[in-house]
Design a protein around this ligand. Structure first.
Ligand SMILES: *Cc1c(COP(=O)(O)O)cnc(C)c1O
Length: 405
């Protein structure tokens, strides 16, 4: 019903440009619109829905927990927070965690931790700490985070920005080495850039960056909000290069596709810079979110979702590479984190996504030229085959239209 779209357009800020579909229900890899039409969700809320929509175990757990205890704030202990953070630390090889809600909050937490660590442990002079980030990064939307961005639209009209951030070219290890100095607190990066367009750095980059950071006493902080929790075929994308970062940021899928749950994890000597009153969040670590987060982690492990992602992702990439269309200039990705680069001369990623939507496949363009395919990790081979058929038809039709005009 387009009146829902009109209503949203009238009352909701225009800070997004949604595809014209009104969703009312979700289950597994599918969502349904207000006319009852079913769609295969290959977007999964920017990887927040890796477990699939309304995962039965998570729904059951929420139903139990919601009538028991939900929000008490961190002014008190709860029976849910400790077990959740213990499991998160165990699985990621980190010592301690600081729970927040959204990804951006966890990134802010990482920035604060790195700065305070630089002053109190590394010995950087007051207010001189620098954090190195990468060109093409996406770490969220707060003022400090967009201060690190080189995407003009993320910053235009929002200044002034805090200082203390330096950018180096993503994937360029020499540039990183040249940028590190005595005041460098941390190097913050996404192991694969998601919003930047599913950009993979050269093999060995992460490992080399970790070695450089260790040599210069700089914290390596991995933002795995999107790449983490099985998305790239390992529990963490850092594991592809056997790197355990000094700080790790998780979000999105950590909430099981149900709630915003995020955290910053780190080595003990880093996390110990925080003392009571330094930092916090009213909702961070709430028992409902913690219970959901623990169950989300347990499901990932027990249902082998990372392994599924590796297997199904390899299959998806192989099938996409078999599509013979001049519109595709590249297919890239790892696990079920895949981008189709559309030749900008021949078509736009937005047009491809709109045409796919009409055929029952939901995806979203990132930048102008990349169609992102990041379905729930529970997707089956048959569902991938169906998606490939739709993508093939859409690209063929667009190519015929282009040749006819
Ligand atoms: C989505 C995302 C964020 C921001 O998370 P929010 O929950 O939207 O604040 C940060 N970093 C990366 C890599 C992301 O993909």
């Amino acid at each position: 019903m387009s009146n829902r779209i009109d209503l949203e357009s009238r009352y909701c800020a225009h800070n997004y440009h949604p595809l014209p579909v009104v969703l009312t229900r979700g289950e597994g890899v599918f969502v349904w619109d207000d006319a009852g039409t079913r769609y295969l969700d290959m977007m999964s809320a920017y990887s927040a829905v890796s477990h699939g929509h309304a995962h039965p175990r998570l729904v059951k757990l929420v139903q139990e927990q919601v009538g028991t205890l939900n929000i008490v704030s961190r002014a008190f202990h709860t029976d849910k927070l400790g077990p959740f953070l213990e499991r998160a630390c165990e699985l990621t090889g980190q010592d301690m965690a600081l729970p927040m809600n959204t990804g951006a909050e966890a990134v802010e937490t990482a920035i604060k931790a790195a700065r305070k660590w630089a002053y109190t442990v590394k010995g950087v002079p007051a207010d001189q700490a620098e954090i190195i980030a990468c060109t093409g990064n996406f770490h969220g939307r707060t003022i400090a985070i967009v201060a690190m961005s080189d995407e003009p639209q993320y910053k235009q009209g929002f200044g002034p920005f805090p200082g203390g951030f330096t950018l180096v070219d993503y994937g360029d290890i020499q540039a990183l080495e040249a940028a590190i100095n005595d005041n460098t607190a941390a190097f913050l990066l996404e192991p694969i850039q998601g919003e930047g367009g599913i950009v993979l750095p050269p093999p060995g980059y992460l490992k080399a960056a970790a070695e450089l950071c260790r040599k210069h006493n700089v914290l390596l902080i991995a933002d795995e909000i999107q790449t983490g929790l099985g998305r790239t075929g390992k529990l963490l994308a850092c594991e592809h290069e056997d790197v355990v970062p000094d700080g790790l940021i998780l979000g999105k899928a950590l909430g099981g596709g149900i709630l915003p749950v995020s955290m910053f994890l780190a080595r003990r000597d880093v996390m110990n810079v925080f003392t009571p009153g330094d930092h916090g969040s009213t909702f961070g670590g709430n028992p409902l979110g913690a219970a959901v987060g623990l169950e989300a982690l347990n499901i990932l492990v027990e249902d082998k979702l990372a392994e599924r992602s590796a297997e199904m992702g390899a299959y998806l990439v192989r099938r996409l590479r078999e599509i013979n269309s001049p519109l595709i200039s590249e297919v890239r990705g790892k696990g079920l984190f895949v981008g189709i680069e559309i030749d900008a001369e021949l078509g736009s990623a937005r047009a491809v996504c709109e045409a796919l939507m009409k055929r029952g496949l939901l995806s979203k363009e990132t930048h102008e030229t990349v169609v992102r395919l990041a379905p729930p990790l529970v997707i089956s081979k048959a569902e991938i085959d169906w998606a490939i058929a739709q993508i093939t038809v859409v690209l063929n039709e667009m190519d015929e239209l282009r040749l006819a005009s």
